[in-house]
Design a protein around this ligand. Structure first.
Ligand code: PMP
Length: 397
């Protein structure tokens, strides 16, 4: 027997497993609500005009494909840092933050996790219950023990805030707490501004290390509104990590564009942190790819393109909100004894719909695919499939 012969099959990724089952379904009317991708009203992943225009600019200035610096494209890192913290923020002005280009939001989380493991090896990590399914695996693979903190309350379809706050207060000093900055995945349930005040207070008082994951900036209330939590954390002066992703907000999934920002207490400290982060990157993949970073940097730094991006992102956000409204309205007609009003309160691409595992299985018999937990992607609904989905849900309730 070889070293490979005893290796067992790894468990299937729950979300990608749905896509596999969906792809194998021969029913032409099949609908996939299990995805984590924004589709337009035609059911297509959009190619944003701002991206096309930036690519045209880049094509007109052909450049050799040299390596980027380990920390990525300087213009990208600068533009991202200003987007995340605000160009006029003290953190940016005083050079207290460092931002490194990363391979998507996932890559940002991973380099942040490896960095923390090196310098805070005894910390435990706390993620929301539930959370994006990769959070646990990612921090575990960096060597951390990962725990849950109370978050979702199925009875109210909202946040169990008392439970969450109690959990934060009970965490040991130095614990790493992963927080969704906006548009919580998978539930769609976000904290109110007053609740964030209390969370920030608990994190600071208790000496926790906040790691804000912002994969959906601009899909909630707006670019600045969704980023407000990051700025509020940054203003406290505690050590802070922020991962962000442009997969959704630029519809650049396959280009893998994200970043990790770390806030230090001084420019001098920031320099030391950057040198160590570069070591993490260097020993993982050496340096990031060029194209996606150039596209995003070009859009963010070119006023007309940036304006266009903001409009295109707003259009995605508005379509999701309108879809929530129509979905709730139609369900009210078809299933008046059930209350789906909470779907309107949820934020971002996802909805914990309240559908049970059994109901999800029954939907699948009609070639409608959702996650077993009842998570549906609101951005996968459109004017052609909405009635079909609503009718099917009304039948399985
Ligand atoms: N964090 C959360 C909460 C996410 O939902 C996702 C992606 N779906 C990511 C991080 C990773 O983003 P990316 O696809 O850019 O790696």
């Amino acid at each position: 027997p070889s070293v490979f012969s005893a290796i067992e099959m790894a468990p299937r990724d729950p979300i990608l497993g749905i896509t596999e089952a969906f792809n194998a379904d021969t029913n032409p009317a099949k609908i996939n609500l299990g995805v984590g991708v924004y589709y337009d009203d035609n059911g297509k992943v959009p190619l944003l005009s701002c991206v096309q225009k930036a690519e045209n600019i880049l094509i007109e200035q052909p450049a050799p494909r040299t390596y980027l610096p380990i920390e990525g494209l300087a213009a990208y890192d600068k533009a991202v840092q200003e987007l995340v913290f605000g160009a006029d923020s003290a953190i940016v002005q005083e050079r207290r933050a460092i931002t490194v280009q990363a391979i998507g939001g996932t890559g940002a989380l991973k380099i942040g996790a490896d960095f923390l493991k090196r310098f805070s090896p005894a910390s435990e990590v706390f993620i929301s219950d539930p959370s994006w399914e990769n959070h646990r695996a990612l921090f575990e693979s960096a060597g951390f023990k990962v725990n849950n903190y109370a978050y979702y309350d199925a009875a109210t379809h909202g946040v169990n805030f008392e439970g969450m706050l109690a959990a934060l207060k009970a965490m040991p000093q130095g614990a790493i707490v992963v927080l969704h900055a906006c548009c919580h995945n998978p539930t769609g349930a976000d904290l109110t501004s007053e609740q964030w005040d209390k969370v920030i207070d608990a994190v600071v008082t208790n000496g926790l290390i906040p790691f804000l994951d912002m994969a959906y900036q601009g899909f909630g209330a707006g670019i600045a509104e969704d980023g407000a939590v990051v700025r509020r954390f940054a203003a406290t002066g505690v050590p802070l990590l922020v991962s962000n992703s442009f997969s959704k907000s630029f519809s650049l999934y396959g280009e893998r564009v994200g970043a990790l920002s770390v806030v230090a207490s001084s420019a001098e400290e920031a320099g030391r942190l950057l040198s160590q982060l570069k070591r993490v990157v260097r020993t993982n993949y050496s340096n990031p790819p060029v194209h996606g970073g150039k596209v995003v940097a070009t859009v963010l730094a070119t006023p007309e393109l940036r304006q266009l991006w903001e409009e295109e992102l707003a259009a995605m956000r508005v379509r999701i909100k309108e879809t929530r409204d129509t979905f709730v309205k139609k369900l009210k007609e078809k299933a008046p004894q059930h209350d789906f009003e909470f779907v309107r309160q949820q934020v971002g691409m996802f909805s914990y719909s309240g559908l049970t595992k059994e109901q999800v299985a029954k939907l699948r018999e009609q070639s409608i695919y959702a996650v077993d937990t009842g998570r549906i992607c609101v951005a996968a609904l459109n004017s052609r499939n909405l009635d079909i989905v609503v009718d099917a849900i009304a039948k399985v309730l």
